[in-house]
Design a protein around this ligand. Structure first.
Ligand code: ATP
Ligand code: MG
Length: 250
C-alpha cells in the first residue's frame, strides 16, 4: 500500500480538492483506493455525496473499532471513503494521554493495507500531534500551494518542522494550485520555485471554475469536467506522482 497525505498548514489552498480528485484518478487506474478524511470539517466526505450519519470517526480512533466499520463504498468503483465528522476534533486530547501515540497511529492505518493499493489522506490545516504522527508515516506528503506569499510561508514552516523531526514523511513534494499566469505575483513565484526548500511537481493546477462547481456536483471534477483544464492537469499530476513513487499507479 502507498500512503499519500495532502497537507499544508495554510487553509484554503486546495488540499481537499486535490485529495478528492487524485483519489478518483487512482481508482480509475483500477487501484483499490481509500480516501481517509482526517479533517473534522468533513469536506472530502461531503464532496463524494456522503454524510457521516451516525458513524462517528472518533469511535474508530478511541475505541479501537475495526477500520471496516467506518469505511463507506463511494459511488465510484474501486474507491471507498473513511468519513470524518466533528468528533475527530477531540482526538488529540485523547492521544495526549497515550504513551505510544505514534505506534497507535501506525496500528490504526495497518488494517487498511490488506485490500488497499493507494491510501490518500485529506488533512486539516493544523499541525496537531495526530497530524505529526500521521504525516511521519506516509510515503509522500504533498503540499499544495497557491502562488502567494502566505501560502509559501506556511509551506516553509511545514518543511522546516519536518526537517527537524527524527521521522519525517518519506518524501515531501510541493505543487502549485489555482495558478493564473496572468497575475504577475503567480508568474514571479513560479519563476523562483527552484529556490524553494522542497521539490516541486512540474504540473500546475490552473484556476478552473470546475473546482468551484464541486460543491454543487458533489463529485470529483475529474468525473464531470474530464476535458477541463483542472481535470487534465490532475491527470498529468497523477502520472507525475506515480513516477515520484516509482509505481505503476497511473
Ligand atoms: N484549481 C482551482 N480553481 C479554482 N478554485 C479552486 C481550485 N482548487 C480549489 N479551489 C477552490 O478553493 C477553495 C478551497 O479549496 P479546498 O477546500 O480544496 O482547500 P483546502 O486546503 O482543503 O481548505 P481547508 O484548509 O479549509 O481544508 C474551494 O472553494 C475550492 O473550490
Ligand atoms: Mg480541506
Amino acid at each position: 500500500m502507498i500512503t499519500i497525505a495532502i497537507y499544508n498548514l495554510k487553509g484554503g489552498v486546495g488540499k481537499t480538492t486535490s485529495a478528492v480528485n487524485l483519489a478518483h484518478l487512482a481508482s480509475t487506474a483500477k487501484k483499490n483506493t481509500v480516501l481517509w478524511d482526517w479533517d473534522p470539517q468533513a469536506a472530502a466526505t461531503w464532496y463524494f455525496g456522503l454524510d457521516d450519519g451516525e458513524r462517528k470517526a472518533i469511535r474508530l480512533l478511541r475505541k479501537g473499532e475495526p477500520f471496516g466499520t467506518l469505511e463507506i463504498i463511494s459511488p465510484f468503483p474501486n474507491l471507498s471513503i473513511v468519513p470524518a465528522d466533528l468528533s475527530l476534533r477531540q482526538f488529540d486530547t485523547d492521544l495526549a494521554g497515550m504513551g505510544a501515540a505514534r505506534r497507535f497511529m501506525r496500528q490504526l492505518i495497518k488494517p487498511v493495507g490488506k485490500n488497499t493499493d493507494i491510501l490518500i489522506f485529506d488533512c486539516p490545516p493544523t499541525l496537531s500531534p495526530s497530524m505529526e504522527f500521521l504525516l511521519s508515516g506516509v510515503d509522500l506528503m504533498l503540499v499544495p500551494m497557491i502562488p502567494s506569499p502566505l501560502s509559501l510561508r506556511a509551506m516553509h514552516q511545514v518543511t522546516e518542522f519536518f526537517q527537524e523531526q527524527k521521522q519525517p514523511p518519506r518524501r515531501i513534494h510541493g505543487f502549485f494550485n489555482m495558478v493564473d499566469m496572468r497575475r504577475s505575483i503567480h508568474k514571479q513565484t513560479l519563476e523562483s520555485a527552484k529556490l524553494l526548500p522542497l521539490p516541486v511537481l512540474k504540473t500546475l493546477i490552473p484556476m478552473d471554475s470546475a473546482a468551484e462547481q464541486m460543491s454543487e456536483m458533489r463529485a470529483p471534477l475529474t468525473s464531470y469536467a474530464r476535458a477541463g483544464r483542472a481535470a487534465t492537469a490532475y491527470r498529468a499530476m497523477w502520472k507525475e506522482i506515480a513516477r515520484v513513487l516509482r509505481t505503476k499507479a497511473a
